[in-house]
Design a binder for this molecule. Structure first.
Ligand code: NAP
Ligand code: GLV
Length: 330
């Protein structure tokens, strides 16, 4: 009998049909509505493989029901939505999709940095609303990008790709990360700084770490107090890394100049959220990796991951520590 896979959102037909050659596949057919928890509970108790998105919280309570589950394949590089430790205890492999979205997410990160610094959404709105009457010396003036300092937090795959873009724009780059990377420093001509030092020096602060217990609220009141008054915070990593209440306060009291955000503590952000009332804040609906080509690559890789684990083939994207040859070693 074929093994069973449940896909938690509508994915491109060719990727689903690829999986159907080897497996019994069921899919939540909606494109813009997440699968209800009741259905997810039912499906997870029946399937061998789960293909899910970052919108699904795969927690310990849900994993209790996963009696036959062998693999959870997340169509994302970030995996803070999955309790990997509990999955490991249950012998369930967890996979993600790193690499294929690096350059696309770095493009969006830099686009957001530029849009915030140069007030592009506000300027577009100004023109469309018919307010534009004449060229004026200080009309819609923003912050320079060239010749400024980017402070990058998290020199990983996407962070490094952001640095390359910043260098192309004539920015000086300083960084902080969990581990110092002397080779990358030499190659990209960037300098390591401890976090507090970086916050005091940078004109743009870009957060590019995963969301973990260690990075939760990494940027809060204490950190905003260190930043320059012209500083712009860019977050395309995860919402919980930046404390939003502290961010609102920092912008309202002009401790910093602005922020560009692709991610939020709670997604979707509420229409009444104070962040949406602030000037100099540019907000996007979590579209970092959203190019047609990259979303296809991510879906293809997530499908390959679920297939390889279920067919007991080598899979390079398993996140559980001590996973080898289809089994977990403690
Ligand atoms: P990555 O290659 O693993 O890079 C993460 C970097 O963060 C690593 O260099 C890591 O240091 C560093 N780091 C981890 N914990 C840290 C800490 N406590 N303090 C300082 N640095 C820390 O991951 P990636 O592929 O670049 O992706 C990064 C994150 O971006 C993902 O986890 C995801 O949440 C987010 N993302 C968002 C979008 C979007 O649509 N907005 C798209 C893709 C990814 P080490 O080098 O020492 O491990
Ligand atoms: C998107 O946010 C991802 O982690 O891939």
């Amino acid at each position: 009998m074929k093994k069973r896979i449940f896909i938690t959102r509508k994915i491109p037909a060719e990727i689903k049909s690829g999986l159907e050659q080897d497996f019994n596949v069921e899919m939540w057919e909606e494109e813009h509505i997440p699968v209800p928890i009741r259905i997810l509970e039912e499906k997870i108790s029946q399937c061998d493989g789960l293909f899910c998105l970052l919108t699904e919280q795969i927690d310990a309570q849900l994993l209790e029901k996963a009696k036959s589950l062998k693999v959870i394949s997340n169509m994302a590089v970030g995996f803070n939505n999955i309790d990997v430790e509990t999955a490991t205890k249950h012998g369930i492999a967890v996979t993600n999709t790193p690499g294929v979205l690096t350059e696309t997410t770095a493009d969006l990160t830099f686009a957001l940095l530029m849009a915030t610094a140069r007030r592009i959404p506000e300027a577009e709105q100004y023109l469309r609303s018919g307010e534009w009457e004449t060229w004026s010396p200080m009309l819609l003036t923003g912050q320079d990008i060239w010749g400024t300092t980017l402070g990058l937090i998290g020199l990983g795959r996407i962070g490094t790709a952001v640095v390359k873009r910043a260098k192309g724009f004539g920015m000086k780059v300083i960084y902080t990360s969990r581990t110092q990377k002397p080779e990358v420093e030499k190659q990209l001509e960037i300098t390591y700084k401890p976090l507090d030092d970086l916050l005091q020096r940078a004109d743009f602060i870009c957060v590019m770490t995963p969301y973990t217990k260690e990075t939760e609220n990494l940027i809060s009141t204490e950190q905003f107090n260190l930043m320059k008054s012209n500083a712009i915070l860019i977050n395309t990593a995860r919402g919980g890394i930046v404390n939003e209440e502290a961010l609102v306060e920092a912008i309202q009291t002009k401790k910093i100049w602005g922020a560009g955000l692709d991610v939020f503590e709670s997604e979707p952000i509420s229409k009444d959220d104070p962040l949406l009332q602030l000037p100099n804040v540019v907000t996007l609906p979590h579209i970092g990796s959203a190019s047609i080509q990259t979303r296809m690559r991510m879906a293809r890789l997530a499908a390959e991951n679920v297939k390889k684990v279920l067919l007991e083939e080598d899979c390079h994207y398993i996140l559980n520590p001590n996973y080898k040859n289809g089994a977990m070693y403690r």
